[in-house]
Design a protein around this ligand. Structure first.
Ligand SMILES: [Fe+2]
Ligand SMILES: [Fe+2]
Length: 333
């Protein structure tokens, strides 16, 4: 995904006095963005634009690698070799997405170590969806369908983000996310069409648990999303949280019907006047509780990342020693 938390965080735009020259540069920058130009790493950019991007791209990168954990949990328990191979490939893809995104964020002058340190010390956010547990095999299909589906809705507009390295990373990521979504949906279709009653009930239960957290992936309502307006003006964001959430609901309801599952929302119904589905109220208390670190698996996820980082220290040291040795040999040659 997984960009849910992008518009959350302190508004760090300090009021400051600008010189005439600074103001001119900023106006020229804004004109370029308005024309749809891509901003590249070496171009001048306002400090707040840089900070906003570092926060968003690093949160996105963290979400990719933390997102590997709930699914990785099922690799050893996948029901068939085919499903195991697909899940392994998907989890690897998510690791790759993290790498593209850390690289994109590094072009803005922040090191990977700094970003990972922020994640491991709890200063950085990642998408709250990954703080929910994966209780049954059906959760894996539902994550592909709903979580990767919501991620795609969020991320396709980012392929036109004004910052070139981020936009280019997103093009590749979106292609892979689309496969993730389809494999999840297909695995659920198999369970719903060929499965036992118990398996069908398992799919319905997973949908019941993941539906609302998936809607929360689009972040707070527009009225509670203070950074969105600036991000839209800078071409970092192209659609608001509420617009994206509505698009997701509209796209997903027919898929649920085809699958034969019920979405757990009594208020969900087609509104011909609006030409959209109406849906019920999101439990924002739950959203803020999970964002604030008190979801079902926050502690477990962070502990798993820190453990992996600590246990991988010897690998990083060995890789660096090998790189140094090669560089020395190349110099001597
Ligand atoms: Fe991903
Ligand atoms: Fe994915």
């Amino acid at each position: 995904m997984y960009t849910q938390a992008m518009s959350i965080g302190p508004q760090d735009q300090a009021a400051k006095l600008q010189t005439a020259e600074e103001q001119q540069r900023e106006e020229a920058f804004e004109a370029r963005v308005a024309e749809g130009d891509f901003i590249e790493a070496k171009d001048w950019m306002p400090e707040h634009y840089r900070k906003t991007l570092v926060r968003q791209i690093s949160q996105h990168a963290h979400s990719e690698i933390v997102g590997m954990l709930p699914e990785g949990n099922w690799i050893t328990r996948a029901p068939t070799l085919k499903r195991k191979a697909i899940l392994l490939a998907k989890v690897q893809d998510e690791g790759g997405h993290g790498l593209y995104l850390y690289s994109a964020a590094e072009t803005l002058g922040t090191s990977r170590d700094q970003m990972l340190d922020a994640l491991h010390t709890g200063k950085a956010k990642y998408s709250s969806i990954f703080n929910y547990p994966t209780l049954t095999w059906a959760d894996i299909g539902v994550i592909g369908w709903l979580v990767d589906g919501a991620a795609i809705m969020n991320q396709v507009p980012l392929c036109r983000c004004s910052y070139g390295p981020y936009a280019r990373a997103m093009i590749r990521i979106c292609r892979e996310e689309s496969f993730h979504q389809r494999q999840g949906y297909e695995s659920l279709l198999v369970m719903m069409r060929e499965g036992t009653d118990a398996q069908k009930a398992m799919v319905q239960d997973a949908v019941n648990r993941w539906w609302w957290p998936s809607l929360m992936m689009f972040g707070p309502a527009d009225k509670d999303s203070p950074n969105s307006e600036q991000s839209m003006r800078w071409g970092i964001k192209r659609l608001t949280n509420d617009e994206l959430r509505q698009k997701f609901v509209d796209a997903t309801v027919p898929q649920a019907e085809l699958l034969g599952v019920t979405l757990p929302d009594a208020a969900l119904q087609w509104n011909a006047e609006r030409d959209h589905y109406d849906f019920g109220a999101i439990d924002w208390n739950e959203f803020w509780r999970v964002v604030g670190g008190n979801g079902p698996c926050n502690t477990e996820r962070l502990a798993a990342r820190v453990k992996a980082w600590d246990e991988g220290e010897w690998v990083r040291e060995a890789a660096l020693a090998h790189a140094r040795k090669r560089a020395t040999a190349a110099q001597a040659a």
